[in-house]
Each structure stands twice: as structure tokens, then as C-alpha cells.
Design a protein around this ligand. Sequence first.
Ligand SMILES: Nc1nc2c(ncn2[C@@H]2O[C@H](COP(=O)(O)OP(=O)(O)OP(=O)(O)O)[C@@H](O)[C@H]2O)c(=O)[nH]1
Ligand SMILES: [Mg+2]
Ligand SMILES: [Zn+2]
Length: 348
Amino acid sequence: MTSKKLLHLGLDFFFQQQMDFDDAETIVPVRIMNVQRSGLQLMGEHIDRYIELSGGDFDLNLTVGDWALFDTATQRLCRRLERKSVVKRRAPGSDRREQLIAANLDTLFIVSSCNKDFNEARLERYLAIAREAHLMPLIILTKADLVDDARDYVQEASRLAAGVKVEAVNALSSNSLACLEPWLQSGQTIALLGSSGVGKSTLTNTLLGLQEIATQSIRQDDAKGRHTTTSRSMHQMPGGAWLLDTPGMRELQLVDVKSGLDDVFEEISTLATDCRFADCGHSNEPGCKIQAAIEDGEIDKERFKRWRKLAREEAINKATIAERRERDKSLGRMYKKIINEKNAKKRI
Ligand SMILES: Nc1nc2c(ncn2[C@@H]2O[C@H](COP(=O)(O)OP(=O)(O)OP(=O)(O)O)[C@@H](O)[C@H]2O)c(=O)[nH]1
Ligand SMILES: [Mg+2]
Ligand SMILES: [Zn+2]
């Protein structure tokens, strides 16, 4: 039987059924609570500890929120459980790899503020990620206390995807955050994503009723944050939910979110399938349904441009990551061959 503690940690039926009854008694499920460069914080029934990563651990490709099996006899991780959901991006810079942000989330809190940070394109990016991973998105607009009327922001954000919920809050006031309670049920895992300085850690602290996490004021001139939070970590809320605070990301390059994008931009993506040419570029091809809809004022031109930019970015990232994976694989095969040949020579 699964203990109350494990249920609260989020070990639901999806994960329970992946555990093998033949496993030794020393093998127990643990959740990854915090990811550092060289180690992980684990939590389980009677476990709350940090382990240094070594050798085979890297192959498990663990990220925060993952469930894994841990052998208490050897004090090593042995297997990662299949994920319910995963959120990822293309790593920034020239390193064309995919980077996991979090796994096994139920809800995504997309945080932006009612100031210069508010940006439709950025919110659409996060919404596509949420839809792709089948997570419930909630857009939280912080710093509502600093503007005369936050309703304009709420209205604009609500238009970005069908049925999306939006709340404007003052992250420093617990009364103002009461609207988030229905989202914070026990056993639920929620990640906060958003630029630096929008108030993700402030929100977490206020919900916790503590000043557990460091926060820092934003720069006055451009309202940008200072990247105060540097690692991803889970915090248990008074109601039992797990809230994952993340560092603000400068670049959130999309990868593997084609259907998420189609979902967020449904009014455009469904029309695109009706264009005369299957490979229509939607610029001036004859029979382009999108251009016709823009002319008729049915589709917002700016939103169309944002969709096209994100769709192109997603396609390019997907291709470059696939290429990189292939290259890494063939390099791996080559190294293996060299090592085998060396060993064979030694034996002669
Ligand atoms: N007035 C007001 N200030 C806020 C609100 N939310 C956050 N702040 C302030 O904004 C600054 C940045 O907040 P943080 O919580 O550090 O932002 P963050 O999103 O965690 O930033 P990173 O960790 O860098 O990603 C702090 O000075 C907070 O006090 C809000 O709703 N109203
Ligand atoms: Mg922070
Ligand atoms: Zn077209």
C-alpha cells in the first residue's frame, strides 16, 4: 500500500503501477526535489537527502519532479519511472541540445507582471509548452498593485488561447493570492515559469507564509530582474501541493511543441489546413485561407506573425536537435569501436 506521505508527494496510480513487486525490499520510490549541477535532492517515505551524481546517474537524465527508484542498500539510484509529463526547451546558446525543465507536473503557473514584462509573444510561448505537455495553464499577472487597472492586462492575456484562465494579483499579499487556492490541492505539482523579476519566488514565499527564498528588486530602467533564483526546487504548500520555483529564463526556445502551438493558435492552424497548397507559406500564394482571413479582419495580423515565428523556430530547433542527437550517437558508436579494438589487441 502506498503511504500517505508518498501520495502527498504525488505518487499516484500512474507511478505505482510502474513499480515491480519483484524489486528487492531495499528499493524504494523517491522524487527529485531539487537539481544542482552535480547532485540531486531526493525525497521518499523515510528519505530526505542530497546525493552527488556519478557515472550511470547521468544516463537516467533526471530532472526536478521526476520519480525514480532508489536502492537504500547501495545508496544509488537504479531506474527512472516513466513520466506523466515533461517540459523542455532548447538549451540556450550554440549548444543545440534539449534541456529538461521539469517533469510530472499537473499545472503550469505562467507568471508575468503588469509592467514592461507583459508580452503576448512570450505568454504564447509558455502556453504552447503547457498545451503540449497537457498541463492546465494559469496565467498569473503580478504587480497588479502597481497599476491603476489590471483589467486591461487580464483581458489581453485571456485572448491568447481559448479558455485560458488569468488572475491578476499582488504577489506580496496573501489575501490577493486566495484565488490560487483551488489550484493548490494536495498531491498536485505546479511549476512557476516566467522571466526574471516577475515575482515567482515572492509568490512562493507569500503562499508559504515564509520568507524562505531570496528575492530581489528589479532594475528601475527596464523592469528586468536580476536572476535571483539559480536552481529549481520544490516547496510544499500549506494545503499539500508542491510548488516548483524556477529561475527566470532569458531564452525559452521551443522544441517538440508542434501540437501545443496548433492548439494555442487554433483559429490560425485549422485554417492553414484548408489552404490550396499543402505546403502554403501563407504569404501571397493563391488560395491562401490565412491571408484571406487577415484581409477580412477575422485573424489578427500581428498574432499570425507571432504564430509563424514560433512555428518556424520550433521546426528549426527540432531539426537541429535531431541532427545533434544523430552526431552524438555516431560519435558514441565510434568511441565504442575504438575501445573494443584496443581491448581486442590487448588480448592478442
Ligand atoms: N509591488 C509588488 N512587487 C512585487 C510583486 N511581485 C514581486 N514583486 C517584487 O519584485 C521583485 C522581484 O521578485 P522575485 O520574486 O525575486 O522575482 P523572480 O521571478 O523570482 O525572479 P528570478 O528569481 O530572478 O527569476 C521583488 O522585489 C519583489 O518584492 C507584486 O505583485 N507587487
Ligand atoms: Mg526567483
Ligand atoms: Zn496559406
